[in-house]
Design a protein around this ligand. Sequence first.
Ligand code: BTN
Length: 269
Amino acid sequence: MLEALLETERLGRARSHANEIWDCIGSTNTRAAELASEGAPEGVFVVARQQTAGRGRLGRTWVSPPDAGLYISVILRPTTPPYKLPVITLACGVAAAEAIASVSRVRVGLKWVNDLIVDGRKLGGILAEMPANTATSALPAAIVVGIGINVELDPDQIPPDLKDTITWLSRIDCQPPDRNLLAARLLTRVEKVYDQMLAGEISEILDRWRALSVTLGKNVRTESSGKTIEGTAIDIDDSGALIVETSTGIRQTLHAGEISIRTPEGRYC
Ligand code: BTN
């Protein structure tokens, strides 16, 4: 069904390797990494109706009940120099926001570095990983881009600590989109933005990220090497790193990690 809806030129269309569509799997990212280490080419994807060991960034669990979300991972093998790769996460955030807008009335904001946000709650996220031992004599090393989007969660399926912080498409827009259509649109957008990245059109991608950002201009806080940095998120640089200006005017560049955004009530979340 998903493959019948594909409008991509390359993603999902590898001749030598089939895409994998699972009812239940541990993690689509883990499976895609296995396939990449066995030599699967760019474009092969793994999608599942349920994950039993879905992973988020920073070692977190990604709640993945059956038929409640889109859980998909795609193998990319970029030829760009490694220092340009961090942009992939931001680029896929843009792709996900655009794909969601194409199948629903939901307008997603992007929180640096990889969160899809609606009304201050997390709707989805991107986990880009570089698994070891995936380069072959013919193929550059792989990046596995995993995307999780909450579509139709039952509140009983949500762990108590996430109840007030996450959201899902049917909660925002009563008609949840078809998950196969969402996946197909997502792959189309990922392919477009990835091709732009390969063509060096980074500033165009970053401008789209800026336009969708719910981070820039906000007061943010982050912990880095045991140190707290607080200030205004003023921009992202060419590598996608976040530039934060503290109250004393010092500019810090954050390359990784997680930020909290200050709410109008003065809380950070
Ligand atoms: C995050 O925001 O922390 C990233 C979440 C990424 C979740 C997706 S679901 C599909 C893929 N498989 C995984 O185990 N994780 C990613």
